[in-house]
Design a protein around this ligand. Structure first.
Ligand code: ATP
Length: 773
């Protein structure tokens, strides 16, 4: 922020009026000076020495200025400086009716016409880490009145009140100071003070514009991060003062009570003026603050730690310009939160004492126990741990190491119990398809179990021959979809499970097949020459049904169950969304009805109770209550919808996982049940005879990453049993990218020159090559 100003700033606000004396009052072009021209009084004769021209230099002239701009110009900086620890005072001085109250308090009817006080309240109460208190003091005929006194609802004087000097500064003994936590609290107090002012005006027959009012905002800013024993805070206050009107006695022609008031006002204002003159004079040591209650109360704020009725205007201007001569020494009111510090230190002492006692006891072996803890002791520690976790206690009693260990054990138990509970909750809600489940499912099925072994050695002895009759791969066509009720099950196209003859360097003749028959060929089962081969593999949709009944039944069951949960959640979500929309619609209707009621109320005139609250009729009340209920319902519906969305996302993920799993298992099952010749299967069994020249098969594995690893480990374990020496190549590639596919194929190209094995390739899965030499 900018450097804190030492100088007092003086502004002049001119009340807008239709009869503004333009020929007599001129504002400087920079709006920082004002000139007054007064015509000579002809009655005073030819020799007339009266001064007629005055010019005043100020910090600003506010003419036709909005309340907002007045606040921005005069008060904003003072308030922001108070929020970092510097006291501030804003005083309004001027003749009766000049607009002092309007400037400080503002007009209550219109929000935008609110004055400096409510705006300052807004700024101070809406800052984080700022604690605000408020007091409202009135000085009338040199008597102090607490406008917020709870003892005296009318704000009458408390005889105990007095201005007291103390080392920390000046304070008003007996003045109530109120803590506020919200802007609303502060405004309520302010309005209460205003009301008390008006009530007192009637009961004491006093004139509110004849008193000085000091509204004080006390600010305490605490450091954001409280260190253990050093809680820093800064205290400051802002005095917002509406001074009494400054008429001259001669002008008022007053007598009796009015004369008394005017005398007091003039006295206190002239003392204030004297203080101003004294403060502006650097040679003056003594400043007579105690001459009046007003100057005494303002000692802190004015001290070195800190003029149309023509004569009045001139005296206000003189006063204002004199104010400008004062320089103050802004002091940052940084203090420590003593109470907080003491508490923190006491806590530290207790901890240190405990530590010391523990140390002593260990040293003396008096409290050291080598016996295991009894059940009662364990139960006691358990209960303390639970209380600690619930926040019912801040510490756990420990006197020996065994107890420390037991505490940790109890914490661990709580954590593992929580984990268990969460998992149990999830399991009760969803069918979890995790890796273990799949392993278990797979293990439960003979074919899959046996195939797990075969996964590693899916070699086809006579694949060369097969490939001879296979057309080259022309395209990586889109996967085919099964029709009917399993439409959402995706089956990869055949091109993914077939290796091109070209790649495998098969005979020319095979490549000369009619390309027009490619698709037809692909859709046909591969012909097998060997008598041991299955004669004709069934079409995939048919095989898929068979797969689901046989070995895929468990995965299929889980898949269907998850799908039905997902559907149920989606249905519920759409019902809740519809309900929310309906509520929203209803709320809009009620809002409109309320608006109409309000308009009607305004037109008919509002009734206000003794607290100033507007009285509304039954209909409006029931509309408000209904709106409140609907808002509640809307909120809970919205929260439910959010939860449902999260659940749907999760279920969708599970369903996708199941679907992929089902498809990949089916592919493996299909290949191994219908495409691998039996003699190849025999050759691949431990002790079987894998001969050089066996041609690799590229097959869809679709295994999870860690299954893939397990699969590879098994290969390494099993392959040494093979008669041929084996080297293992692994390339992690992804088949979903075309260029990767090409790279995979070129790897095959290189490898084809050597007789070998290739297993495992899958869409989105790492590609592994197993090469036998
Ligand atoms: N800048 C302004 N714009 C509009 N209205 C104003 C302005 N200043 C004052 N008024 C109006 O002039 C009237 C007198 O103003 P106000 O009560 O604030 O004077 P005052 O200086 O506080 O008088 P007193 O010394 O008697 O308390 C009020 O009705 C107020 O709304």
């Amino acid at each position: 922020m900018d450097a804190v100003e030492k100088r007092v700033h003086a502004f002049v606000r001119v009340k807008p009026t239709a009869e503004f004396a333009q020929d007599m009052i001129k504002f400087g072009p920079d709006n920082k000076s004002i000139a007054i021209y007064i015509k000579k009084d002809a009655k005073k004769g030819v020799v007339n020495n009266r001064q007629t021209d005055w010019a005043f230099r100020l910090d600003g002239v506010l003419h036709n200025t909005s309340q907002e701009l007045a606040y921005e110009t005069v008060a904003k900086k003072v308030v922001s400086e108070a929020l970092v620890g510097y006291n501030g005072t804003i005083m309004c001085y001027g003749q009766t009716g000049a607009g002092k109250t309007y400037t400080m308090t503002g007009a209550t009817a219109e929000y935008e016409h609110r004055g400096i006080i409510p705006r300052a309240i807004h700024t101070a109460t809406n800052k984080l880490f700022v604690f605000v208190q408020i007091s409202y003091l009135e000085i009338y005929n040199e008597t102090l009145f607490d406008l917020l006194s709870t003892m005296t609802s009318s704000g009458t004087s408390d005889m105990q009140m007095a201005v007291v000097d103390c080392p920390q500064g000046v304070y008003v003994k007996g003045l109530s100071i109120h803590s506020v936590s919200h802007e609303e609290d502060a405004l309520n107090l302010f309005f209460e003070g205003e009301t008390n002012r008006v009530i007192a005006e009637h009961t004491l027959n006093k004139n509110s514009s004849r008193s000085h009012c000091i509204f004080t905002i006390y600010i305490e800013v605490r450091s954001r991060f409280r260190l253990f024993s050093d809680v820093k805070c800064v205290n400051s206050k802002i005095n917002l003062i509406d001074l009494a009107g400054s008429e001259r006695l001669s002008k008022t022609g007053s007598e009796g009570q009015v004369l008394k008031e005017a005398t007091y006002i003039n006295k206190s204002l002239s003392f204030l003026e004297q203080i101003v003159i004294a403060l502006a004079d650097p040679k003056r040591d003594h400043i007579p603050f105690r001459q009046s209650k007003l100057t005494h109360v303002l000692k802190d704020s004015l001290g070195k730690s800190w003029a149309l009725q023509q004569p009045q205007i001139l005296s206000s201007l003189r006063f204002a310009t004199r104010m400008k001569w004062i320089t103050t020494e802004p002091v940052l009111n940084e203090t420590c939160d003593r109470e907080g510090t003491v508490k923190a230190l006491e806590k530290e002492i207790i901890l240190l004492k405990q530590e010391l006692a523990m140390h002593d006891s260990l040293a003396n072996h008096s409290l050291v126990s080598y016996d295991p803890l009894t059940d009662i002791q364990i139960a006691e520690i358990k209960s303390q741990v639970h209380k600690y976790l619930k926040g019912a206690t801040d510490e756990i009693d420990i006197v020996n190491i065994r107890q420390v260990q037991e505490v940790f054990k109890q914490f661990k138990l709580v954590v593992s119990q929580q984990e268990h509970d969460v998992e149990a909750r999830l399991r009760s809600k969803y069918v979890l398809i995790d890796k273990n489940d799949f392993a278990a499912v797979a293990a439960a099925h003979k074919v899959i179990t046996c195939n797990m072994f075969w996964f590693q050695f899916t070699i086809m002895k006579k694949l060369i021959d097969l490939v001879h009759v296979f057309p080259p791969v022309r395209k990586e066509g889109a996967g085919s979809c099964l029709s009917g009720r399993d439409q959402d099950i995706y089956l990869p196209s055949k091109s993914q499970v077939v290796i091109s003859a070209e790649d495998l360097d098969v005979k020319e003749g095979a490549r000369n097949q009619d390309t027009a028959n490619v698709d037809a060929e692909l859709s046909k089962p591969p012909p097998m020459e060997d008598s041991q081969q299955p004669s004709s593999p069934p079409p995939k949709p048919v095989a898929f049904e068979q797969f689901k009944e046989e070995c895929g039944s468990e995965i299929n069951r889980i898949f269907k169950e998850n799908k039905s949960i997902l559907l149920a959640r989606k249905k519920r979500s759409s019902t809740v969304a519809q309900r929310i929309n309906f509520i929203k619609h209803e709320m809009e209707g009620i809002k409109k009805a309320l608006e109409a009621q309000k308009q009607e109320r305004w037109q008919q005139g509002e009734y206000v109770d003794e607290k100033g609250q507007i009285i509304i009729d039954e209909k409006e009340f029931s509309l408000i209550m209904k709106l409140k209920d609907l808002k509640e319902e809307y909120r809970s519906g919205y929260a439910e919808l959010q939860d449902l969305k999260a659940e749907i996302q999760y279920c969708q993920h599970l369903v996708d996982q199941c679907r992929n799993k089902l498809v990949s298992e089916f592919e493996i099952w299909y290949n191994e049940s219908f495409l691998i010749p039996k003699d190849v299967q025999e050759a691949l069994k431990p002790g079987g005879n894998i001969r050089p020249g066996m041609i690799p098969i590229n097959r869809v594995m679709c295994l999870e990453e860690d299954e893939q690893e397990r699969f590879e480990r098994m290969q390494e374990r099993t392959l040494p049993d093979c008669p041929a020496s084996v080297s293992f190549y692994k390339a992690k590639m992804r088949m979903d990218q075309k260029h990767t596919y090409t790279r995979a194929m070129s790897s095959l190209e290189q490898m084809r020159k050597k007789p070998g094995l290739i297993t495992a390739a899958g869409k989105n899965k790492p590609l592994s090559f197993l090469h036998v030499t």
